[in-house]
Design a protein around this ligand. Sequence first.
Ligand SMILES: Cc1cc2nc3c(=O)[nH]c(=O)nc-3n(C[C@H](O)[C@H](O)[C@H](O)COP(=O)(O)OP(=O)(O)OC[C@H]3O[C@@H](n4cnc5c(N)ncnc54)[C@H](O)[C@@H]3O)c2cc1C
Length: 303
Amino acid sequence: MLRSTLLKLADNKNLARWVTSNASTRQMSHRFVAGETLDEAIAATRACNDAGLLVTLDCLGENVCTAADAQKARDIYIQMYERIAKEKLNANVSCKLTQLGLDVSVEFCEGLVLSIAERAANYDSFLRIDMEGSLYTQRTVDLVKRVRSQTPCVGTVIQAYLYRSERDIQDLLAYGCRIRLCKGAYKEPPDVAFPRKSDVDANYTKLMRLLLSSGFYHAIATHDPRMIAATIRYAAENKISKDDLEFQMLYGIRSDLQRMLVRDGYRVRIYVPFGMEWFPYFMRRLAERPANIGFFIRNFFHS
Ligand SMILES: Cc1cc2nc3c(=O)[nH]c(=O)nc-3n(C[C@H](O)[C@H](O)[C@H](O)COP(=O)(O)OP(=O)(O)OC[C@H]3O[C@@H](n4cnc5c(N)ncnc54)[C@H](O)[C@@H]3O)c2cc1C
């Protein structure tokens, strides 16, 4: 119930305006967001690299409704690759299609994604297309396949809570696509997504096995120690090397687990988000763990 309310509020533009312009809440967002500028994100990336963690950088923003805003987002993504290369950081980039104009037109969005992917290829890097709400799933899968046929350094994300995900994985694997597996962070109706956490977890394990057995390099994105243990166990049983997969976690969440996996010789990549449009991302993080709300309320009244 609380999760559902928080996810609904994530789309409230008036609340977003108030929260992102308030000094106390801006300060609190730093728990999950590296900062509002690329410089701050680069500093956070360096700190991660120094701790043995890889990074994927994301400039926050979604559902832009003008071509000009999408172009602006595209320019920032190009700049990100340039800074990563110039500063010799071990990082790649993640983006959202609705930030690159998917709601404006699929063709327009595809052109922008292709230009970013070409820049990624020039730098021998990688572009991950995040997965958004289920209204966008088919368009995302189709666009990723088309862009990959021209520039293969592109991968995407599959959400274990969707009933359709096994089919999408089979479809994408036929194109050699690298996949990040996550549980899924949006508000979805019961006719498209498993309502029960136990079913999402069971599907996560099933899909993880499918990915690890595919022979391609995938990312297991979760903070759930049970999913991580199941992955490690399955990899060991099937002689899949630590270099053939990576774990991924979000900036500011379970740093202890991140460090433990690095110490045990696993690759761990941290999703480092930055930018002014942090409100929906922030709300999704609260929804994942409502206990976070108490922490934020206490900080708000003490600041
Ligand atoms: C690298 C990465 C990229 C992602 N990309 C996408 C994407 O493209 N599309 C998408 O829909 N979702 C994405 N997600 C979010 C994902 O779908 C989940 O919502 C999120 O990871 C929480 O699920 P979990 O696997 O950690 O398991 P859960 O069962 O939700 O949590 C397991 C444990 O992790 C810890 N934890 C989880 N979330 C939080 C939090 N917010 N604050 C504090 N502790 C927490 C808690 O200890 C919790 O008990 C991504 C996640 C990661 C790690």
